[in-house]
Design a protein around this ligand. Structure first.
Ligand SMILES: NC(=O)c1ccc[n+]([C@@H]2O[C@H](COP(=O)([O-])OP(=O)(O)OC[C@H]3O[C@@H](n4cnc5c(N)ncnc54)[C@H](OP(=O)(O)O)[C@@H]3O)[C@@H](O)[C@H]2O)c1
Length: 268
């Protein structure tokens, strides 16, 4: 049966390639981006693979809390049911790393936005639905002052810390969802896939982006993953694996997630 799948950050890279794969399999895809022009371009490209009514789109800058909330509201008003949410949008390096709200862009886009969006969309996510959260092989202990916007980090540090934090949150979300409800899976889509993020961060052309799209498609649809709620899939080795040890430490995870929720709540 055709599913309804929201992919954040699907105007480029792994998200766009995943949208194409899912459309080719007959599913409805809700695209998301931060630029109307890039959304139009993505739609135009994807319309050669599916009927126009199988592609919808929303625009929102995920670095701004109010835009994330509006995105969730707009989607909930239009859709009573969402089968899959792929929290894919992400950022590594950028000329202006501080958001208009005073936070590091990596924490805002890679962590706060998926948390806010998911919490607001859970009521419309199907009981047999899935929430797929983009992690990375780059995971580093979270500096809470940096997450709160008090301490400055390099791009690589901020990125890796945001990715450990979303892995912690994805695992905790899995535990908090009802046993007959949707599941939450964190995934490293494989390292150094050739997206604009990788090209600008590391100056390399990278591997085939479809490696990432393929695992996101499988995690979204394949029956074998139904029992994997709260787990971390490492596509560098092609299987579920242990994340950074901090994500297995209840005390550290609790401190990070409490500080994260306090930080999100304090953003006006
Ligand atoms: N590529 C890899 O090897 C790799 C490895 C591990 C994890 N990942 C993760 O995979 C995900 C996809 O990354 P990618 O490599 O495909 O990168 P990408 O090509 O740069 O795509 C990132 C997507 O996120 C969107 N985005 C960025 N900032 C945003 C914002 N403030 N508001 C709304 N949307 C925003 C981008 O929009 P624009 O098109 O407008 O920029 C784009 O659609 C990320 O979470 C990344 O951390 C990638």
């Amino acid at each position: 049966m055709s599913k309804i799948i929201l992919i954040t950050g699907s105007t480029d890279g792994i998200g766009l390639a995943t949208a194409k794969m899912l459309l080719q399999k007959g599913h409805k895809v809700i695209l998301h981006g931060r630029s109307d022009t890039k959304i139009d371009n993505a739609k135009q490209l994807l319309q050669s693979f599916a009927d126009a009514d199988m592609i919808d789109s929303f625009c929102a800058d995920l670095s701004i809390k109010a835009e994330v909330i509006k995105l969730a509201k707009d989607i909930s008003e239009k859709y009573q049911n969402l089968d899959i949410l792929i929290n894919n949008a992400g950022i590594y390096n950028t000329p202006e790393p501080i958001t208009s709200e005073g936070f590091d862009l990596r924490f805002a886009v890679n962590l706060f936005a998926p948390v806010i969006l998911t919490e607001l969309l859970v009521p419309i996510i199907a009981d047999n639905g899935r929430i797929i959260n983009l992690s990375s092989a780059a995971q580093a202990p979270v500096n809470i002052d940096a997450m709160k916007g008090i301490k400055k980090l390099s791009s690589g540090e901020a990125y890796a810390q945001s990715k450990l934090a979303i892995t912690m949150w994805s695992m905790a979300l899995g535990k908090s969802l009802p046993s007959n409800g949707p599941i939450s899976i964190a995934v490293n889509p494989a390292s150094l896939l050739g997206s604009k993020m990788v090209k600008s961060a590391f100056g390399v052309s990278g591997d085939d982006i479809n490696i990432g799209a393929d695992i996101l498609t499988r995690l979204s649809l394949d029956e074998e993953f139904t029992s994997k709620n709260g787990k971390y899939f490492d596509n560098d080795i092609g299987k579920f694996a242990a994340p950074h040890p901090d994500a297995l430490n209840n005390q550290v995870t609790g401190e990070v997630l409490t500080a994260m929720q306090e930080t999100i709540a304090a953003i006006n």
